[in-house]
Write a new protein. Structure first.
Length: 376
């Protein structure tokens, strides 16, 4: 294999590929990226493939092919080398099966890297997808970005370790919905249902896949093709394909924990609220970092009392016409929700201090958050 490629092109592809590869591997080949050069001499494509057996990413980039071939090399090592090379560099890659080395030359820099046989590299089994549809990158990014903070990290509740992507109905119209929860907070985000997605099965997209998917969704103009089966989900755009197994489990009935009878309404500037929560929580040394919200007509007082470190309080002007009320929350949960609010104002809907609280972005019902209170 002999290939010439621009550093920027290879770095972009390696940044995506090495994110899939686990840092610690008991199977050596899984630490590698498969590089395949195809096409006629002088013009062709370079394909990079990486997998951890649950996620597979394949990207094709333009390259000058002198000699087709394939090789596997350590993904993290190659990424670091390419990252540290000067901008604008032209990279010459050549692999010789007899020597078992990949030679990389860029200007005065020369590297000789160990390789493993291409035949040992695992390829994720293809799947028959029951549904395929196209959605703008910005729409998918919003669905996943606004919900992923609530994904559970508890391995025992594995069915909560991802974002539940499914078709739902909201006020009589079908929507594409992303839901995540860890039992303490919940995010439910809706988008208009893309054409062709009506029959898409509901799947739980794993936390790691959601993180890697973010790299595919940076271009607002891009149209992403989403293919779904009962066991896999695939996202593809412009020569880039990310395939992932989905979590084998049933997502709980989240509709039961979304309160419908909360009538006490407080509206507050989202940025001011987040900053105030962050400031008063500074004095709390506890892991839970509890903050107390005291609501009175048109006034909110946030307070923290730490026996060891001291206390803090801050007042905010809010729109709250109801009776006085006190309720406590984990400061981290409040901050995470407040940071999702795109609109200027956050709307909190309370029932009583022991019941879940509903949070919305102004009057927009397409993004709904639920947070459980705690004793303070």
């Amino acid at each position: 294999m002999k290939v010439t490629i621009e550093r920027a092109e290879l770095l972009k592809a390696m940044s995506r590929a090495h994110g899939v590869v686990e840092r610690k591997n008991t199977i050596p080949i899984l630490a590698n990226v498969l590089i395949e050069a195809t096409g006629k001499q002088g013009d062709g494509r370079l394909s990079l493939r990486a997998t951890d057996l649950d996620i597979e990413i394949i990207e094709e980039i333009a390259a000058v092919i002198e000699q087709p071939g394939a090789v596997t090399v350590a993904a993290h090592l190659l990424h670091e080398i390419v990252r540290k090379l000067p901008e604008g560099a032209q990279l010459a890659l050549s692999a010789d099966a007899a020597s078992g080395r990949l030679e990389l030359v860029a200007g005065r820099s020369r590297f000789s890297l160990a390789t493993l046989p291409r035949e040992d590299f695992p390829v994720m089994a293809s799947s028959e997808y029951s549904c395929s549809y196209t959605a703008p990158a910005a729409v998918l990014r919003r669905l996943f970005d606004k919900s992923k903070f609530a994904v559970s990290t508890e391995e025992t509740r594995y069915y909560l370790n991802g974002v539940y992507l499914h078709v739902a109905s909201e006020e009589g119209r079908p929507v594409l919905r992303a839901v995540a929860t860890d039992g303490h907070r919940l995010a439910r985000i809706d988008a208009d249902l893309p054409a062709g997605a009506e029959s898409a099965p509901g799947v739980i997209v794993p936390r790691k896949t959601v993180g890697e998917l973010r790299r595919l969704l940076e271009d607002d103009e891009a149209e992403i093709t989403v293919s779904v089966s009962e066991t896999k989900i695939r996202f593809s755009v412009d020569g880039l394909v990310l395939t992932s197994k989905v979590i084998d489990g049933a997502f709980p009935d989240y509709t039961r924990v979304i309160p419908t009878g909360n009538t006490k309404r407080m509206e507050v500037d989202a940025a001011d609220f987040a900053a105030a929560v962050d400031r008063v929580a500074t004095v709390s040394q506890e892991r839970s970092r509890a903050v107390k919200l005291t609501m009175e007509p048109d006034k909110l007082t946030l307070s923290v009392n730490s026996p060891d470190a001291g206390s803090a309080a801050e007042e905010l002007v809010v729109a709250y016409p109801d009776e006085a009320m006190e309720i406590g929350f984990n400061a981290k949960y409040l901050l995470e929700i407040a940071n999702q609010i795109d609109r200027q104002n956050a709307v909190f809907l309370f029932n009583n201090p022991g019941d879940p609280t509903l949070v919305r972005e102004g009057d927009d019902a397409s993004a709904v958050y639920v947070v459980m209170p705690m004793r303070v």
